[in-house]
Design a protein around this ligand. Structure first.
Ligand code: ZN
Ligand code: ZN
Length: 172
């Protein structure tokens, strides 16, 4: 049996045409026109779902995680559908995960000066009080880089959970 054997896979990804196996996870679009029972688009990855956004024109959309039925389940569903053509095949699995489209992160411009994100006076004062030391200005740049780094990771976490708000726990 090859990977593309219709008997070994449930459906094919609407973007890259890779087979989606029975019981495998896949993604659908939240937009109803993309999601009709018969013609419903299915995607093997969020990036394949992302790809269809360049073809369609959704105002607001996100990917919804689903699981393909097992071969047995699928056979049962097909049989049930054949028995009653009117019964919609739109089964709603519990707890779908929403994933928002990834806006392209702004490319860091190497020519741009490293922006300082630290309040210089507060930081210098803190070091002076804490240790009686002076602080070189370059410390502010280095610290800002660290903040950016942590921020990047937190943003990624929030994005993975489909949030638009950074939370304290994203920095843990
Ligand atoms: Zn795909
Ligand atoms: Zn769509």
């Amino acid at each position: 049996m090859t990977e593309g054997d219709p008997a070994s896979s449930w459906r094919r990804c609407s973007s890259c045409k890779k087979p989606i196996g029975f019981g495998a996870g896949f993604w659908v679009c939240n937009v109803s026109t993309c999601n009709r029972p018969r013609t419903g688009l299915v995607f093997c990855t969020v990036s394949c779902w992302d790809a269809h956004l360049s073809v369609v024109n959704h105002r607001e959309s996100w990917a919804v995680e689903r699981s393909a039925p097992s071969r047995e389940q699928w056979a049962r569903e097909q049989a049930a559908e054949a028995a009653s053509q009117t019964a919609g095949a739109a089964s709603t699995p519990s707890g779908p995960r929403r994933i928002l489209p990834k806006p392209a992160p702004p490319a860091p411009d190497p020519k741009r000066p490293r922006e300082v994100l630290i309040v210089a006076s507060k930081f210098k004062e803190y070091v002076r009080v804490r240790a009686g030391m002076n602080t070189s200005d370059r410390c502010l740049e280095a610290l800002s880089d660290l903040v950016r780094e942590h921020c990047e990771r937190a943003i990624e976490k929030a994005r993975e959970e489909g949030r638009k708000t950074l939370l304290e726990r994203d920095f843990e």
